[in-house]
Design a protein around this ligand. Structure first.
Ligand code: MLT
Length: 402
């Protein structure tokens, strides 16, 4: 993730509606002003002109969080959270300077058009400015634990939240939450053998992953965190609750299930492990990723499909085979549910075919006092497919904790 200069802008009366609130359309205009101001304060407002390209907005998703009024000064933070060959995505957060209230968040997807109006690869200068075509551009700390070196991204200050990714992914799965949820200390490791973490030589199991995560918390000086796990990450949250309940302040179980693998699921794990060994992790991504996403994500957000395949490609064969083994052998966590006594949020994509809403609903009913959020338009990878709605569900839960 590459941050652009943060700027402050005043809300004028003509930006507001008849009730005196900053109006919806004016938020988009204000964010556009913020981008130009950040260019003026950074690489120059003629960045596109001098490179012979035109930036065109292809998609804008805005979440309005609170009202703003004339004379409010808003601080707009902007970061490039995705960079493709011809496109990039800027994540904005606008907060009121006087009281720190979050007014709006937005993801704006741009495509780079050349002189004849066709998508064209980002010129070198813009590529340098927006960061490499990589997972997030954000550098990670290294934590060595029992033979593996784990990459851990730590961002911001505030109550700690540990983000645990799913399979066959890495911490970039949480890229929008890491970029945008600026009021929390976000801790996101790559599990061993995935992303930038080395595979290590140890046998993989849910216990091994849980020990790794506790070592990560120790290394970053955090005693207790809200732990947010997606799918395989959720299986690991269950293990943390069994082994280290004192380290978990609250839990978010995202697109996951408590049950152990069925015999058929175990056979599929073995087949996938053989595929990884014979043809590499790229083949694992090709096989698994399309079925994880909602059909509309595949059709309308091809960049999400690419990001998921890139994450699979970055996994090592050892990491994938190890994860499959750990999931294959994981215990049934159903008996644990009724004994969970910490605040818990269940999140599920409305179109999740791997861990469908019915599974999530039953899990929510089995955990005393659990909250439940269904994310419209998302499949199994809600934080990446519908980032604003997912972040909203998470922040509502986190705010209720404090
Ligand atoms: C994941 O997203 O982590 C996987 O779908 C979990 C699984 O295969 O059980």
């Amino acid at each position: 993730m590459t941050a652009l200069p943060t700027v402050e802008l005043l809300v004028y009366p003509h930006d507001c509606d008849a009730f005196g609130h900053l109006n919806h359309a004016a938020v988009l205009v204000l964010l556009e002003r913020a981008r130009w101001k950040s260019l003026a304060e950074g690489p120059g407002m003629d960045l596109f002109h001098r490179n012979g390209v035109v930036p065109v907005v292809r998609k804008a998703v805005v979440e309005y969080r609170a009202a703003a009024f004339p004379t409010n000064m808003l601080r707009v933070e902007s970061a490039v959270v995705h960079r493709g060959t011809t496109s990039w995505t800027i994540h904005h957060t606008a907060t009121r300077v006087a009281d720190g209230v979050l007014i709006a968040e937005a993801d704006i997807v741009f495509v780079c058009l050349g002189r004849v109006g066709r998508p064209t690869p980002l010129p070198e200068e813009m590529g340098r400015l927006f960061g490499a075509r990589t997972m997030s551009g954000q550098s990670a700390r290294r934590v060595t634990v029992d033979g593996a070196e784990l990459a851990v991204e730590v961002r911001g200050e505030g109550a700690p939240v540990l983000f645990v990714h799913g399979f066959p992914f890495d911490r970039a799965m949480w890229r929008h939450q890491l970029a945008g949820m600026s009021r929390w200390k976000r801790i996101a490791p790559d599990l061993r053998g995935m992303g930038e973490s080395s595979a290590g030589a140890e046998e993989y199991s849910m216990g091994r992953y849980a020990d790794d995560l506790v070592a990560v918390l120790d290394a970053v000086g955090v005693g207790q965190a809200v732990v947010c796990g997606l799918s395989m990450g959720g299986y690991i949250v269950f293990e943390l609750l069994r082994r280290y309940p004192e380290r978990v302040r609250a839990a978010v179980l995202c697109d996951t299930r408590p049950q152990a693998d069925t015999p058929e699921a175990r056979r599929n794990r073995d087949e996938l492990a053989a595929l990884a060994t014979e043809r590499g992790t790229d083949a694992v991504g090709e096989r698994t990723v399309p079925g994880l996403l909602a059909p509309a994500t595949v059709a309308d957000q091809p960049e999400v499909l690419t990001q998921c395949r890139d994450m699979a490609r970055r996994c090592s064969v050892g990491g994938v085979v190890g994860a499959l083994r750990a999931m294959r052998e994981r215990p049934d966590s159903t008996p644990l549910l009724g004994a969970i006594r910490i605040p818990t949020l269940i999140v599920v994509g409305a179109e999740d075919r791997v861990t469908p809403p019915a599974v999530a609903d039953a899990m929510a009913k089995a955990i005393p006092g659990a909250r439940y959020a269904v994310i419209p338009g998302a499949g199994h990878v809600s934080p990446l497919e519908q980032p604003l709605a997912t972040s909203r569900a998470l922040t509502d839960f986190f705010e209720a904790l404090s």
